[in-house]
Structure formats: structure tokens, C-alpha cells
Design a protein around this ligand. Structure first.
Ligand SMILES: *Cc1c(COP(=O)(O)O)cnc(C)c1O
Length: 391
């Protein structure tokens, strides 16, 4: 359904053709036979679960990855028949859903596997599963030792089809030696299993960062999220693909006020105008995910100096470290502390700003609230049609 942006105060324009393009770009980095999983968790990284999935499937994704079984159910109810991997362990009681909707659970312990096998038996079905191996992320998965010990028992559960085995890297972009260590632990497990005649066909380890940095680790499938949504993973500066921006975030000016030099703005009065100026109020704040930024640890002395300079500037009302938005094609600094739902920008030097002027906001991936209306540039039903034609 197209919505008319003229009566929206804030909205996201999502370009599904860009997601499709980025999918094709990732696909061309893979050797023939390596499959691509499009990760569409977190509401398709904020782009909308179903539209993002359809766009990725239309251009070569072989499988989808989500966190929760409900997301899998939503994909099935939208008519998507592609395989869907559920990353998180199922809670007792969720196995029936996985079986009924032909989702592919990840297994992290024996008990889960037994519950799932029992649910499949009751339904008279077999269900595909992927084994998650914990190699250093420190969250879910069998340890290699526990999987080796329990493999006999696990593989005897005949209702489970042992389709995949995978692990997840903790620092693929930033820590090559730890990443290689995790990979080695994973391969050693595969070797130990092979020595016992156990071979699980679909082996996978790469997220976006790893698939760019370690082509030798592609194995049978890669799991890409970030790249499909037009971003390079944090810490990676360039890559041999051409990504397109998948969305833009807009809000309209809802109020304008002239303020004199040394007027203060917002909670805590953290901004003080260093000249007479004009402030515009925007109906976006931290509850929308706007401007959410964790304070990073400075990456070095130079980084520390830059942060101190920005803070010093802010103290004197000079917006050196400010976030900027674009108004009529020009940059305007965000001033004062962000409110939950409102923020202020300085438009004193920008001509022709009025009530209703659209402002382009920086949009970080995933963090934007689902409450912000999404407008789809490429028609959603079109992408859907293309993707269902593939099955
Ligand atoms: C989120 C996630 C991915 C995708 O990560 P990106 O860095 O966004 O490509 C891959 N695998 C698992 C298990 C994930 O949870």
C-alpha cells in the first residue's frame, strides 16, 4: 500500500530495488555452489521483514535467516516458501510451530533436539535442523566437545534432518587472529566428525564482514545482513562491490523560532547559541532511534583528541561534534540534547526553511523504530511476484 508522504511528519523511504541490487552484488562475490542466506532479522534490519525478504529472494538469496520463530511464521504467512533458519534456541513449546511452518531451527543442546524430534514425531514429519557450534561468541551453541560426545545420540533422532552446521564470529571485522582461531576450532570439529563418518552437508561461518575478508571461509553458505542493506560492516572501509543506499529517513520542520545569542536549548541546557539564530524543531527523538550512538572507546590518541575537541566545541556552543541533518541540500547541526520525541536543529544560515520543510536525517542501520512509517519506492507486490516466480 502506497502512503502519501505529504501528510507524514516523519517517514522512511525504503528502496527495495537497492536491496535486490545489493543481494546480487554479494552473490557475485561467491563461487558457484556457495549459497547465500539473506538475514532478515530485526524486521529486515528495519526495512520491513516481508519486503526485505522478497527483494533478496528475487535476486538470488537461497535461504532466509531470522532470530525468532514468529518471524518465520510471518514469512510463511506471506507465502514465502524458501528455507528459513531460526538463529535462537527454541523455548519448550515452540517446537510445534517450527514443525508446522517448516522452519529450520538451530540446535544448541541435546534436550532441545529431543523436544524437537518428539514434536516432529507427533506431527508425523521430519524437520531440517542446523547445529550451532559455540567457538568464541560466547552465546549459544554446543561446545565442540559436547557435540562430539552427544553426536551419536543426536544423529539417532531420525525425525531430524541434519542439514547444516555453523558457528558465528565474535569479531570478524576487527580481530583476524581470533576469527582464524574460531574457524580452526570449527574445522577441527568437522574433521573429528568426518573421521567418524559424520558429514553434515551445509557448513557455514561467514557474516558480512567475514565473507568480505575471508573468501576461503565461505564453505557451503554465507549469511549476509549488513551488506544487503547497503552498509559496509563497521571497521571495513572498502570492498569489491558497489552497494546502494537502501533507505532514507525524513522528518518535517514542525516549529521555527528565532533565538538570541546565548539562548539555551533542550534538557540540561547543554547547548548555548553563540549568535542570534533560527532553530527548527523536528518530531524525532531517541525513542525513534534517531541519533542513538553508544559512546565508543577512543580508537587511539588521535581519536581521543578529536573527541575532546568536539566536547570543548560543544561547551562553547560551536557544533564541531554535532550530528548534521540536510535541509534544502545544506547541512544543519543538531543542537541540544535529543529529547525522547523532539529534537532541534540550527537553520540560521539556511534560506527558505518553513513549517513542513522536509529534512533528511542520518539513518543508522537497524536502530530506527518500527513506529516510523515506511514508504516503499519499488512496489512491494512487484518484488513479491518476482520472488515467488523463483520457487
Ligand atoms: C545477524 C547475523 C548474521 C548477519 O550479520 P551481518 O554482519 O549483518 O551480515 C549472520 N549470522 C548470524 C547468526 C546472525 O545473528
Amino acid at each position: 500500500m502506497e502512503r502519501d508522504r505529504t501528510n507524514l511528519a516523519r517517514w522512511l523511504e525504503v528502496d527495495l530495488e537497492a536491496i535486490a541490487h545489493n543481494t546480487a552484488q554479494v552473490k557475485q562475490l561467491l563461487s558457484p555452489g556457495v549459497q547465500l542466506m539473506a538475514v532478515v532479522k530485526g524486521d529486515g534490519y528495519g526495512h520491513g521483514l516481508i519486503p526485505a525478504a522478497c527483494a533478496a529472494l528475487a535476486r538470488g538469496a537461497d535461504m532466509l535467516g531470522v532470530t525468532h520463530p514468529e518471524e518465520g511464521v510471518a514469512l510463511r504467512e506471506a507465502g514465502i516458501t524458501a528455507p528459513v533458519l531460526i538463529f535462537r534456541p527454541l523455548l519448550p513449546g515452540e517446537e510445534e510451530i517450527a514443525v508446522a511452518f517448516r522452519l529450520t531451527p538451530s540446535l544448541s543442546d541435546l534436550e532441545q533436539a529431543e523436544h524437537l524430534a518428539a514434536a516432529a514425531r507427533r506431527a508425523g514429519e521430519q524437520i531440517s535442523v542446523h547445529v550451532k557450534i559455540e567457538t568464541g561468541m560466547g552465546r549459544t551453541g554446543f561446545t565442540p566437545a559436547s557435540f562430539r560426545d552427544e553426536a551419536g545420540r543426536l544423529l539417532s533422532l531420525s525425525e531430524l534432518k541434519w542439514e547444516g552446521i555453523y558457528t558465528h564470529f565474535a569479531a570478524a571485522a576487527g580481530d583476524p587472529s581470533f576469527t582464524r582461531h574460531q574457524y580452526r576450532v570449527f574445522l577441527e570439529l568437522l574433521d573429528a566428525l568426518a573421521a567418524r563418518g559424520i558429514r553434515i552437508p551445509v557448513r557455514h561461518v561467514c557474516n558480512s564482514a567475514a565473507l568480505l575478508l575471508y573468501p576461503e571461509m565461505h564453505l557451503d553458505l554465507v549469511r549476509a545482513g549488513t551488506l544487503l542493506y547497503g552498509q559496509l560492516p563497521a571497521g571495513i572501509k572498502s570492498a569489491p562491490l558497489v552497494l546502494r543506499e537502501t533507505w532514507s529517513f525524513w522528518a518535517r520542520v514542525i516549529h521555527l523560532q528565532r533565538v538570541p545569542r546565548s539562548a539555551t536549548v533542550g534538557y540540561g541546557r547543554t547547548f548555548r547559541a553563540c549568535r542570534d539564530t533560527v532553530l527548527a524543531v523536528l518530531p524525532v527523538g531517541y525513542s525513534d532511534g534517531f541519533g542513538l550512538d553508544v559512546m565508543p572507546r577512543p580508537a587511539g590518541l588521535w581519536d581521543l583528541i578529536k573527541i575532546l575537541a568536539k566536547l570543548t566545541g560543544a561547551f562553547f556552543g560551536i557544533p564541531w561534534g554535532a550530528s548534521y541533518v540536510q535541509v534544502n541540500g545544506r547541512p544543519a547541526p543538531v543542537v541540544g540534547r535529543l529529547g525522547m520525541e523532539l529534537s532541534c536543529i540550527d537553520v540560521g544560515k539556511i534560506p527558505e526553511v518553513g513549517i513542513g520543510t522536509p529534512v533528511l536525517l542520518p539513518a543508522r542501520r537497524t536502530a530506527l523504530s518500527a513506529a516510523i512509517p515506511r514508504l516503499y519506492l519499488e512496489s512491494h507486490t512487484q518484488a513479491r511476484q518476482n520472488s515467488t516466480n523463483n520457487f
